[in-house]
Design a binder for this molecule. Sequence first.
Ligand SMILES: Cc1cc2nc3c(=O)[nH]c(=O)nc-3n(C[C@H](O)[C@H](O)[C@H](O)COP(=O)(O)OP(=O)(O)OC[C@H]3O[C@@H](n4cnc5c(N)ncnc54)[C@H](O)[C@@H]3O)c2cc1C
Length: 405
Amino acid sequence: MKNVAIVGGGASGLMCAIVVAQAAHTVHLFEQNEQVGKKILASGNGRCNISNTHLHVTDYFGENPAFVAPALEAFSFTDFEAFCAKMGLLLHTKEDGRAYPRSFEAKAVTSALLHYARHCGVTVYTQTPIKQIEYDGELFRLHVNSHRYHAVVIATGSLAAPQLGANDSGHTLARQFHHTIVPPYPSLVQLHLKSRCHHKLSGVKQHAGVTLYIDNKKRAEVTGDILFTKYGISGFAILDISHHASFALMHHHNVTLGIDLFESMPRQQLLATLKTLCSNLSRYTIVTILALLTPSKMAPFLLHDAAIDAQTLGAEMQSKQIKKLTNILKDWRFNVTQTHGFKHAEVSGGGVDTLQINPETMESLHVKGLYFAGEVCDVVGRRGGYNLHFAWASGYLAAKAISTL
Ligand SMILES: Cc1cc2nc3c(=O)[nH]c(=O)nc-3n(C[C@H](O)[C@H](O)[C@H](O)COP(=O)(O)OP(=O)(O)OC[C@H]3O[C@@H](n4cnc5c(N)ncnc54)[C@H](O)[C@@H]3O)c2cc1C
């Protein structure tokens, strides 16, 4: 029987603790907060998008995305679903593959994990932040007790959502063991814009196509909801491209968004439609016509950017003006200045360099017996349950390796 310390009582730490305890090892789990799984509780707006049936390496980013492959292989969605069923947690899977607890309540997830961890023999210490780990070349010692541990798992999460207790302590601990930290940056996060109108459009929501340009080169394209806010822009489409935007901003690149307000209508069709409307509604002002097609608050700003006087009558609109307006409606450009920060980010890119971790076991390549799990690593997934799944899978992988020590 081995002694194992798990630092961090989030998704990856709880999963790891349970699986190690099931192999009859002594497991101490240390959580700095007054309760475990605070981020799980906040996930999916309290509904917890717990995993996804379609998991693939390409759903993950980081300097070394292939790193996630062994974890996804060792612990698939089906494996996770079976694990949940053993804990008494049934899942509901949506058509698009996103999985939730059947109750659609995140607290069912933390409750199931905590009860099952205790049932399997895990000792949980809350309000116990781990600040120092000593290693004598064979065994580990934490500053909070006099135990000697055969293995330590750093499962401290990322910097995203500090209001839930997120911090960089895992990075600090990893550095003590000469691990390199890829600089962290917010991901799945809203973006700040430099424009004359976003704050005036605050609250306006629209289904749109969004293209992300880095230094004027197309980097990513998504379709979904956008929402203008006082600081810039939010919405699922923005969160979906935010990873690339945030990474580029961190490296001081020029980041631009192109918004297609008529993503389901080809350019030529929109041009023809506008021409017909200007002709049929010849006595309407163009701002009135446009307000029939787009959220009314947007119309004056679109016309300003197309350099068209809002009071121009439909009959007065020239072909080149209609063309210009079509171009703006299909590709409305905004400069992105920064992200909305770690406080509002769901996850964080960067973290412990995965080139220094064995992807098959999650063990440090520097220190035998030291393991990493979850978001503390330089792995970030797409929105849709991918981040929690990596936490489960990497915690499981580390536990399996520790179980055979
Ligand atoms: C608002 C929000 C919504 C989200 N929604 C989803 C979603 O629907 N689906 C999805 O897949 N992902 C979602 N995520 C991301 C997901 O929650 C994380 O990717 C996942 O929780 C990471 O698990 P983890 O175990 O690596 O870290 P965490 O769950 O963050 O756990 C780390 C734990 O370690 C503790 N800790 C930190 N330092 C120390 C220390 N020194 N000593 C002791 N304890 C320490 C922390 O308090 C924390 O409890 C969301 C995140 C947020 C913030």
